[in-house]
Design a protein around this ligand. Structure first.
Ligand code: ZN
Ligand code: ZN
Length: 341
């Protein structure tokens, strides 16, 4: 909430707020009210739904005995699977296809992945793509929305989502967003970011009861951003080895096999910053990119078309050759404009 410094809180009367301060003060109050409503609405909705489920089905939902034995294992496996599927959709669809244009998928598969992301994260394509282009353009410089070099590793790991939310509404990112094409379905998802998470929470509550289902829903919404934003933007910009002397701090830590599988091979991040248009992040024989493995499987049945891929024969790893300068910013948009034309 923005409160002008000279406003005395104890005497909030019109006479104490100058003509210049009034719009600022009221705008601050309006924003605070909007944020409070946005946070409270889902909770109130869930409380009403929870009461209905408890009265109608019972406090443990449709499957009361499902979590009676091995609950920790079942919930752990669910969260691992859920995180892997969510970040795979994010990596293949938002990242490798819509941002860097290294691969394309048919419309139905593209929309299926975006629907999954809407259900589990509420994130929209336009926001994600524009913030990510901005990240590549200003990587590890002061303007980078999530650089551990400037903001600290812990801050980006645990609160990276907050920085993402702030960054997507900054004027420069909004300017980028306006140039990205969107279809009617994407526009609908963008305008209704809460529909997906509310639906997911409702299904889990009906299955496992309001308390357990609500808890699993909250973990579902929290765990993917923690791994995706925290894992890639924090760890892979601070810890690991470098194949390329890029102008940023990107690193490769794909050797953390389980974590790298969980986040779809995104951890060989120095390779990605050096060759952003490649839909494969694997540049050495011992590196592993499960995302590219899925792309190859999909292309076998005609559901993926590889457009750009790194080849060690064509482009050998030369540490002395710098990766693209950050000035390549917005080129993704220009390329897209050419394709559209
Ligand atoms: Zn990065
Ligand atoms: Zn990228």
């Amino acid at each position: 909430m923005i409160v002008p410094r000279c406003v005395n809180i104890c005497h909030l009367q019109n006479s104490y707020i100058t003509a210049l301060e009034k719009p600022l003060f009221y705008k601050g109050m309006k924003n605070a009210l909007k944020i409070t409503c946005a946070v409270l609405e889902p909770f109130l909705g869930f409380a009403v739904l929870g009461t209905c489920i408890t009265v109608g089905i019972g406090p443990q939902g449709l499957f009361p005995g499902f979590l009676a034995h091995g609950a920790v294992w079942k919930i752990g496996l669910y969260l691992m699977g859920m995180t892997h599927i969510t970040i795979t959709a994010m990596s293949l669809c938002f990242h490798r296809m819509h941002t860097h244009q290294g691969v394309t998928f048919p419309k139905w598969l593209d929309h299926l992945m975006q629907s999954w992301l809407a259900l589990t994260t509420g994130m929209s394509k336009l926001d994600w793509v524009s913030v990510h282009i901005y990240h590549h353009a200003h990587s590890d410089q002061e303007k980078d929305p999530h650089s551990p070099k400037h903001k600290g590793l812990a801050r980006i790991f645990f609160f990276g989502v907050y920085d993402y939310v702030v960054a997507k509404d900054t004027p420069e990112v909004m300017k980028l967003r306006k140039k990205i094409p969107e279809d009617r379905y994407e526009s609908f998802l963008k305008k209704n970011p809460l529909i997906g998470p509310i639906f997911t929470a409702a299904v889990l509550a009906v299955c496992f009861g309001p308390a357990v289902g609500g808890g699993i829903a909250l973990a579902t919404f929290a765990i993917s951003p923690l791994f995706a934003v925290g894992g890639v933007n924090a760890i892979a910009h601070a810890i690991g080895y470098r194949n390329y002397e890029t102008t940023d701090e990107s690193r490769n830590i794909g050797f953390l096999f389980i974590l790298n599988w969980m986040i779809c091979g995104e951890l060989d991040h120095n390779n990605h910053h050096a060759h952003p248009k490649s839909c494969s992040f694997r540049h050495r024989w011992y590196e592993f990119d499960v995302g590219y493995f899925y792309i190859q499987l999909l292309s076998l049945v005609g559901w993926a078309k590889v457009k750009t891929v790194y080849s060690s024969k064509r482009t050998p790893i030369l540490r002395s050759v710098p990766a693209p300068e950050p000035t390549y910013d917005y080129s993704e948009i220009k390329i897209r404009e050419k394709i559209e034309a």
